[in-house]
Ligand binder design. Structure first.
Ligand SMILES: Cc1cc2nc3c(=O)[nH]c(=O)nc-3n(C[C@H](O)[C@H](O)[C@H](O)COP(=O)(O)OP(=O)(O)OC[C@H]3O[C@@H](n4cnc5c(N)ncnc54)[C@H](O)[C@@H]3O)c2cc1C
Ligand code: FES
Length: 316
């Protein structure tokens, strides 16, 4: 199965914030519009690709806007850009030339994401992108199983939208898991007939399985248990199925074992800590297997962040 190669035309450019709102207790959603150069570079953005954001000059929110558990970490000096992927990419056609609008869903957990919450309409951000290789659609794919763990959801919401638009013939099924209902970065809706669903997937009529560690919504347990159950119930018809996953490393490792056990092609988006984001500093190494089963280090920012799960060495 051949990975599509996306033209590498990353550039530095400016984006302007359109909106930036809290989502539940832990997350924020921000939309940005790219300038002309950025819009040209992002026209062929693939779900799973990302950008590096320069947010060093932002101030912290006022003290009463900083959760107690982040008070210490908020004081850390910010030196590096930060990587973010996108849950949405829209071409605004009524402008000449067309402008790209991107959606970012972020978890507020440290000095930069705290500062991001202070951005408001009209503020400018310096960015580098598009970076890395996103998800690819192997020829003959008939079914996509989309597995989102916690804040791994954004590139998979984007993938659902992309598949709906470009590959309507592919059946899509989504699985989402987190610690609890309040840690869900997506919109839970209660449907009297089918129970809890996720608006970001159900708007495309994608059947969704939900899991939380504490059982506050959906299955009590890991999302990988839902995946395993689904595969066991549908073993007879698993050919041409592809698994797409993004989330914490232990979840990706578990998904990759399930995929290997059932001989299902699986792509995982790895969230390594990154510094430069463009293949220079070597800080984002991911162990991968060569054909002769030796370990070879690849760069998450340049060779990933999406990898064929059979190639990844999950050193947990
Ligand atoms: C390719 C890629 C795409 C990404 N896309 C998104 C996205 O769409 N939305 C989003 O919210 N984040 C995303 N991230 C993660 C994001 O870059 C970090 O959350 C961000 O850099 C945190 O910056 P900070 O200064 O606020 O916190 P930091 O000081 O960098 O981190 C604070 C603490 O949180 C821990 N931490 C950082 N990231 C994570 C994580 N993902 N899971 C668990 N603990 C973590 C750190 O180890 C540290 O202890 C992505 C990362 C990569 C590599
Ligand atoms: S982040 Fe610098 S090489 Fe990947």
């Amino acid at each position: 199965m051949k990975k599509c190669s996306v033209p590498n035309k990353k550039i530095m450019f400016t984006a302007r914030v359109q909106s930036n709102e809290p989502v539940g207790r832990c997350y924020h959603k921000m939309t940005i519009e790219l300038d002309k150069a950025g819009s040209e570079a992002f026209i062929d953005l693939v779900p799973g690709q990302f950008a590096e954001f320069d947010l060093r000059n932002l101030s912290l929110p006022p003290k009463d806007g900083i959760p107690a558990e982040l008070a210490d970490i908020s004081q850390r000096q910010v030196i590096l850009r930060r990587p973010f992927s996108f849950y949405d990419s829209t071409i605004i056609q009524n402008t000449s030339p067309p402008v790209i609008r991107l959606g970012i869903l972020y978890w507020v957990l440290g000095p930069v994401t705290l500062r991001m919450t202070t951005l408001s309409k009209g503020d400018q951000i310096n960015m580098i992108g598009p970076l890395g290789n996103g998800f690819w659609i192997p020829e003959g794919t008939k079914r996509a199983l989309i597995i989102a763990g916690g804040i791994g959801a954004p590139p998979l919401i984007h993938l659902a939208d992309y598949l709906h638009d470009k590959y309507p013939q592919i059946e899509k099924i989504a699985f989402a898991g987190t610690k609890s209902l309040e840690h869900m970065p997506v919109t839970i809706q209660i449907d009297n007939e089918v129970g809890a669903t996720i608006a970001e997937f159900s708007r495309y009529k994608i059947k969704t399985y939900i899991a939380t560690d504490d059982g506050s919504v959906g299955h009590r347990g890991f999302v990988t248990e839902c995946l395993k159950n689904w595969i066991n119930d549908n073993k007879h018809d698993i050919d041409n199925t592809v698994i797409y996953a993004c989330g914490p490393k232990p979840m990706l490792a578990a998904v990759s074992v399930i995929a290997a056990d059932h001989n299902i092609h699986c792509q995982v988006s790895m969230e390594q800590m990154m510094a430069c984001g463009i293949g220079i500093c070597q800080s984002c190494a991911v162990g991968t297997k060569t054909d002769s089963n030796e370990t070879q280090y690849k760069l998450c920012c340049k060779d990933g962040p999406v990898f064929d799960s059979r190639k990844v060495v999950f050193d947990l």
